[in-house]
Design a protein around this ligand. Structure first.
Ligand code: C5P
Length: 239
């Protein structure tokens, strides 16, 4: 059984390293994984990864790479040197790009790659406007299968898609799910949400949670509650 701490990444959606590290410090050793996205990374650079690594934490670098194969492979190598343990790329970059990224990620110490299929902000109309006639659900599965064939065995997807992606990609795939809200928590700007227990029951490997922890009066207590919910959910699945 995976340690619940390895199934929770706290999203550090902060504008600078000072505010991010203040939150990290308030969590003590409660959490092991932190997600650094574009906002924080473009402000704080590799130094934020180093600071987190120096404190013994793992970093999920959410940069959603999408460029020509050679450039993305180089970015994977740079993220390896920076110390990221998980790194996102866009599946819509195509099979050559994903294969180049997967090749680059075979080097020792490389991050595990996660493919982003269709952004959850894309509905039928948004997708159609880009020339794709498939529905978002169909496109997610098509890109997930393509990513698997290209050597990528992890995905970021919403709780709504997790069961279908799990069924299509098998039990070993790493499925990382944002849009999680504990029962009773503020929904904020998320739309299709699931509780930690629901997401785990539907096949999630890891949950990404931001504001329910980062905006809580007591972030460590909020994280502890979520970790217990993850542990309980896993225990009840095993029964
Ligand atoms: O604060 P909250 O829990 O809503 O944060 C969720 C995190 O997951 C944010 O960093 C957000 O950018 C990210 N995310 C998301 N939905 C996606 C992909 C990523 O909310 N489809």
């Amino acid at each position: 059984m995976l340690d619940p701490k390895d199934r929770l990444a706290v999203a550090l959606d902060h504008p600078d390293a000072y505010q991010a590290m203040k939150l990290v410090d308030s969590l003590g050793q409660t959490c092991q994984w932190f997600k650094v996205g574009m906002e924080l990374y473009y402000a704080a650079g590799n130094d934020i990864i180093r600071q987190l690594r120096d404190r013994g934490f793992d970093v999920f670098l959410d940069l959603k790479l999408h460029d020509i194969p050679n450039t993305v492979a180089g970015a994977v190598r740079s993220a390896t040197k920076a110390g990221a343990s998980l790194l996102t790329i866009h599946a819509s970059g195509g099979p050559a790009m994903m294969t180049a990224a997967a090749e680059a990620a075979k080097a020792p110490g490389s991050p595990r790659l996660l493919a982003v299929t269709v952004l959850t902000s894309m509905d039928d109309a948004q997708l159609a406007a880009t020339g794709i006639t498939a529905s978002p659900a169909e496109q997610v599965l098509k890109l997930a299968k393509l990513a698997r064939q290209s050597g990528i065995d992890g995905f970021v997807c919403s709780a709504e898609e997790v069961a279908a992606v799990r069924a299509a990609t098998g039990p070993q795939t790493l499925l990382v799910i944002p849009g999680i809200r504990p029962a009773g928590a503020a929904i904020d700007d998320q739309k299709r949400i699931a509780t930690p227990a629901q997401a785990i029951a539907q096949g999630a490997s890891m949950l990404v949670i931001g504001r329910p922890i980062t905006q809580a009066k007591d972030p460590a207590a909020a994280a502890e509650d979520i970790l217990s919910e993850i542990a309980q959910s896993e225990t009840s699945l095993k029964k």
